[in-house]
Every structure is written in C-alpha cells, then in structure tokens.
Design a protein around this ligand. Structure first.
Ligand SMILES: [Ca+2]
Length: 231
C-alpha cells in the first residue's frame, strides 16, 4: 500500500522551528504535597496518571497539534508524595486527561482542582478516586468533558462556562454533586451514577439537552434545572 507513496516535502528549518513551538510547555512544581501544573497560552496536552505507589504520579505531555507538549522541558516527569493536584492550563484548546481509561485506579488522596481558561477544552477524568474536594472548571469555549468511573469522596463541582459544551458523566460515585453548564447550547449525559447526599444538574442559559436515561440508572437526590430537552 506504500508503493505509490510520494516522499514527504522537506521542512525548512524555519518551518520546523514554528512547529516545535506549537504545543507549548507545561510547568510542574511541587511543594508540601501540592502539585501545581501550569500551562501556557498555546494548546497544551497533558496526562496525569497515578502509579502503583501511593502518591506517585506521572505527568506526561500529550500531542494536541504537531508535537507533544513538554513538561518542564521534558517528555514526562514523575512526582512523589503528592496529595493535592491543581491544574491551570491557561488559554488555548487544551487537552487534559486525568487517570487511565483502562488499568489501575489513579488515587488522589487530597483534592483535584482544574482552573478555567478561554479556549475549547477537552477534559477527561476516568478511573480516578479523589479523597478531597473535586473542582473542575473549563471556562469559556466549546468544551468536551468526560467523567467516567470517578469516585469523588467529598464535594464535586463542574462548571463549563460560556460556549456550547458537551458533558458526559457516567458510572461514577459522588457524595455531593454540582454541575453548572453555563451559557450556550449544552448537552449532558448523566447515567449510571450514584449520588450519596445531594446532586444539582443546572444547564444555565441556552437550549440545553439532558439524556434522561439517568432517571433509570442513577440513584440519589438529584435536582434538574434549566434543561429544555430531555431524551
Ligand atoms: Ca494552554
């Protein structure tokens, strides 16, 4: 199948330099149990996965456009004795993944905080346990948020801000849950979840839809506000 493949055009040095700058650098700092991950104005990609050792996390740059984002100038970096994780990727169409889609559970003993920023964010939290407060915010932009197999032992809050957001929350366990989809025409799938105390699903302004299968498969005291369409 490669018989007719033409050779790739050679990149000029200038073109290569531009490409290498496209996905930016993440700065990861650690102090007294607190891991802070800060992006730049470019489209950053980063994954955060816990290892088999409690408190040990691998922070790895992911590819969003041309080349993988670097972490402190490297491909990946490992931190130990982490309790709380805070992520602020700033502006740009950033991709953030916390936990493995398959494999071992990523255990965060303290809190998980994602700060908002402008741009179309892709945030995925899968196969994760959070012992402290979970606070996720994506800011303005058309965001895609997936929460799957999360165990949030304390309060969980998600705010997706302005823009047309798509949010899927499935097969997760919450103590208290607050979801606010902000302005824009948003879609929420909420299925297979357990809410221990109280949940609020608020779609805010705009024409918003809720996949209503949640009524059959989610349990708990859940209030639904502002949605225009149910299916
Ligand atoms: Ca960024």
């Amino acid at each position: 199948m490669f018989a007719n493949r033409k050779s790739s055009p050679k990149l000029s040095f200038e073109g290569l330099e531009k490409r290498l700058m496209m996905d930016g650098n993440i700065t990861a700092t650690f102090q007294a149990g607190n891991l802070l991950i800060t992006g730049d104005k470019l489209a950053n990609g980063v994954s955060i996965v816990g290892s088999a050792v409690p408190g040990e996390f691998v922070i790895q740059g992911m590819q969003t456009a041309y080349v993988p984002t670097t972490v402190n100038g490297k491909h990946s970096i490992i931190f130990e004795h982490v309790q709380n994780i805070t992520i602020d990727l700033k502006a740009g169409d950033d991709i953030l993944r916390v936990g493995n889609i398959t494999g071992d559970l990523t255990r965060i003993s303290g809190g998980l905080t994602v700060n908002p920023g402008p741009g179309n964010k892709t945030l995925t939290v899968t196969n994760v346990s959070v012992g402290g407060i979970t606070s996720l915010a994506t800011g303005a932009g058309n965001d895609l948020v997936t929460v799957e197999k999360l165990v949030a032992k304390k309060a969980f809050a998600l705010e997706t801000g302005a823009g047309n957001d798509t949010v899927k929350i499935r097969n997760s366990v919450f103590a208290d849950l607050t979801v606010n989809l902000g302005g824009g025409n948003d879609g929420l799938v909420f299925a297979g979840n357990t809410v221990g105390r109280k949940g609020v699903l608020d779609s805010g302004a705009g024409l918003d839809s809720l996949n209503a299968n949640w009524r059959k498969v989610s349990t708990g005291n859940i209030s639904v506000i502002n949605f225009e369409t149910y299916f």
